[in-house]
Design a protein around this ligand. Structure first.
Ligand code: NAD
Length: 360
């Protein structure tokens, strides 16, 4: 098995989580070889904490290191596109945090950069990976759940002034959005992972919790491509952190609720299964029991990334997944700011194709 050498670009909060919950769990597949940060004291502290042998002061310095196979971009959102395209051009495979890039136009440019370089880029959506959701997805994909009716996805989280002490947060130019882009993006990816793409989007957003530029309360109404409907609720002002989801199908309803620390790992929790009949319940229980337990979160996403590079299979999170996510953000921003309903997909002729943040 090839052991891939990874460089972490940006040694902040999420980089630590990727190492602890991901790369360090898979020592046969990965070696975290470099810690890179513009701030040398952060790179140094990070390298010391995680036992990383080498440090660098910039992405360019890392890209000049011939032995680095993979760079993991963990910098603020507005820097992702430049990092991903530079790394591909330098012949590295790339893992990049959410939001993957800052527009649908940039996503197309990444597709071209992949084709030109022969290297590949994987967006992060680690919330997808856990036994609870895997079992539910297995039932849905097998057809046992039947026709989809409605889905409800609630991201009721809490962020206060201390969160916004980090300079890039809360500003449209650097965070690129608020609760929709930074927190609820994971739960909305879970909706697409389970139910497929959306076809039409309406919504509202506002800023009511903190004195910031970005939205901290939002709702959306979606018609999915399969004809079912979905509602989205997101806030950073919930008294307690709660993630809650309900998916209603012809033969079964699935529910999950994660409170406190569990709000950040809905896929790993045990989902409530409410069958419409005892027969449906038996069939669904049998199907769920077929699936062996596996790794969760970053560890599972990185394990599948390693497998995909070895076999040429698609990554566990693809550029098409990033496109669905960015298309939802673009559509919700447009719908909320213009009072219109947006049909997907959003193509190059749309006024927000080059970026969802209105320049008006
Ligand atoms: N997947 C998740 O669950 C999850 C969780 C938190 C954050 N994130 C995402 O990860 C990204 C980083 O968030 P964070 O909370 O870790 O931020 P952070 O502020 O804690 O860390 C960012 C780091 O990047 C460094 N940096 C900035 N510009 C750089 C550059 N040009 N080159 C190298 N280093 C640079 C900063 O010095 C800082 O150390 C964001 O896109 C955020 O949305 C994802």
């Amino acid at each position: 098995m090839t052991r891939l050498k990874v460089a972490m670009i940006g040694c902040g909060w999420v980089a630590g989580s990727q190492v602890e919950r991901g790369f360090a769990v898979l020592p046969e597949q990965f070696e975290v070889a470099v810690a890179a940060d513009l701030d040398p004291s952060r790179a140094e502290a990070f390298a010391a904490r995680h036992g990383i042998p080498r440090m660098a002061a910039s992405l360019d310095a890392v890209l000049a290191m011939p032995d680095v196979d993979v760079v993991s971009i963990c910098t603020p959102p507005n820097l992702h596109f430049g990092g991903v395209t530079a790394a591909l051009a330098a012949g590295k495979h790339v893992i990049c945090e959410k939001p993957f890039v800052a527009s649908l136009a940039q996503l197309e440019a990444v597709r071209r950069a992949e084709a030109e370089s022969g290297r590949r880029a994987m967006p992060i959506f680690q919330y997808r990976f856990g036994d609870g959701l895997a079992r539910v997805k297995h039932v849905v994909d097998s057809g046992l759940a039947g026709k989809a009716y409605v889905s409800a996805v609630e991201t009721a989280w809490r962020r206060g002034p201390d969160y916004y002490q980090v300079p890039w947060r809360g500003k449209l130019a650097s965070e690129l959005g608020g609760v929709l882009l930074t927190q609820a993006i994971h739960m909305h990816d879970l909706l697409f992972f389970l139910m497929g793409p959306a076809a039409t989007v309406a919504g509202f957003k506002t800023t009511r919790v903190n004195p910031v530029e970005v939205e901290d309360c939002a709702v959306g109404s979606l018609r999915m491509a399969d004809g079912s409907l979905a509602s989205l609720t997101a806030t950073l002002g919930s008294a307690k952190q709660i993630t809650r989801m309900r998916f209603c199908f012809e033969h079964v309803a699935f529910e999950v609720q994660g409170d406190g620390n569990d709000a950040g790992r809905p896929a790993e929790l045990e989902w409530t299964v409410i069958p419409a009949s005892p027969e449906a319940g038996e069939r669904i229980a049998r199907a769920m029991a077929e699936l062996p337990p596996g790794k969760a979160n970053f560890a599972r996403q990185f394990e599948l990334f390693h497998d995909a590079l070895a076999t040429g299979a698609p990554f566990p999170v693809t550029l098409d997944d990033a496109q669905r996510s960015l298309e939802l953000i673009t559509a919700l921003f447009h719908a909320a700011e213009t009072g219109t309903v947006v049909d997907l997909p959003i193509g190059p002729g749309h006024s927000r194709y080059e970026g969802w943040v209105s320049r008006a």
